[in-house]
Design a protein around this ligand. Structure first.
Ligand code: AKB
Length: 324
């Protein structure tokens, strides 16, 4: 832990799937009191509040500025967003939160001389004309979802604030993130989290994507490590200011089912594709992340069998702890 650090970090959207684990990781590095977690609601589990927490709506520009000044914030991780499936149900809110929320953060960073900003983009910035295999860093971006459109606009804004105001903003185009600690919220890739939980709890799962739908995915420990690695890299090594492609796994529901059956042989999966199938079909199947590897040394650690084994062990432990 960096006891002597002068950094003070603000996390926006700290209660989410990524935010919860990133808050913990940053507190381990910088110390609990140097990481201010914020969200629109209080955390569901009060016992997880092992550091400062404040309610903050990123659309409240004045409130954001006041918090940054009063807490003497030096870095911002802005994670609050509506994801792809929810965004299709609430398109205007998705645009408002995803674009205007980011603009509030970038403006606050400019006005308050923030040292670094992290902002997540997504594979959803790609679209139907994008090459779907080993999708390159620079290629066609013609997203079909509001989520993808808003994140693509966000990428352009990040690059603009770097070029015009030298704001040190860094981002990753996350694939589907898989974790066992916290549920994802409203994405197209969420099945890859639900499937493990239901395998243990019910022994069966009904999947909303077709069995052979390949998507880029990543286990949360890799996502956390990659995020911290990007943020710790020398600024001179960052050649992409919009957002880096970052890859790890590529699998289909059928593949993950097979992997779970190595541990739970009777696990049964049925398929009933819904509106999320069309979204998935507009996204890449695998990602070329050679630019991230070259610039700041990105390398994932988990493959599918390792991730499956780790998730199932941990979910079983959590279940046993609940029973005791
Ligand atoms: C989603 O499914 O919307 C997200 C994403 C790929 O950005 N997980």
């Amino acid at each position: 832990m960096m006891e002597t650090s002068t950094e003070k970090i603000l996390l926006i959207g700290a209660n989410g799937q990524l935010g919860t684990e990133l808050t913990e990781a940053l507190r381990n590095i910088y110390g609990n009191n140097r990481v201010v977690a914020t969200d629109v609601q209080a955390p569901p589990d009060a016992s997880s509040a092992d550091g400062p927490f404040q309610i903050l709506n990123v659309l409240d520009k004045a409130g954001l500025g006041a918090l940054i000044r009063s807490q003497k914030i030096t870095q911002i991780y802005h994670l609050a967003a509506l994801l792809s499936a929810t965004g299709e149900k609430k398109p205007m809110l998705a645009w408002e939160l995803n674009v205007n929320g980011l603009l509030n953060v970038l403006e606050a960073a400019r006005e308050c001389s923030i040292r670094k900003v992290f902002w997540p983009s997504t594979i959803a910035v790609f679209g139907t004309q994008t090459p779907r295999l080993h999708t390159p860093q620079h290629t066609v971006t013609d997203p079909v979802t509001v989520y993808g459109i808003s994140k693509l606009a966000g990428e352009r804004w990040c690059e603009y604030y770097f070029a015009k105001y030298r704001i040190d903003v860094r981002g990753l185009r996350y694939p589907g993130l898989i974790s066992y600690k916290n549920p994802p919220g409203g994405g197209t890739t969420d099945y890859a989290v639900e499937i493990y939980q239901q395998a243990l709890e019910k022994g069966s799962y009904q999947c909303y994507l077709a069995s052979d739908t390949y998507l880029p995915m990543m286990y949360m420990p890799d996502a956390i490590r990659g995020t911290l690695q990007l943020m710790e890299a020398e600024a001179s090594r960052i050649t992409v200011r919009s957002s880096y492609n970052i890859g790890a796994l590529s699998f289909s529901p059928q593949d993950v089912t097979k992997s779970i059956r190595e541990h739970i042989p009777d696990f049964a999966v049925s398929y009933q594709p819904d509106f999320r199938q069309q979204i998935a079909e507009s996204w890449p199947q695998s990602i070329d992340d050679s630019v991230a590897r070259r610039d700041w040394g990105w390398k994932p650690e988990y493959n599918l069998p390792q991730m499956t084994a780790d998730i199932l062990v941990n979910l079983r432990n959590i279940k046993e702890e609940r029973v005791v």
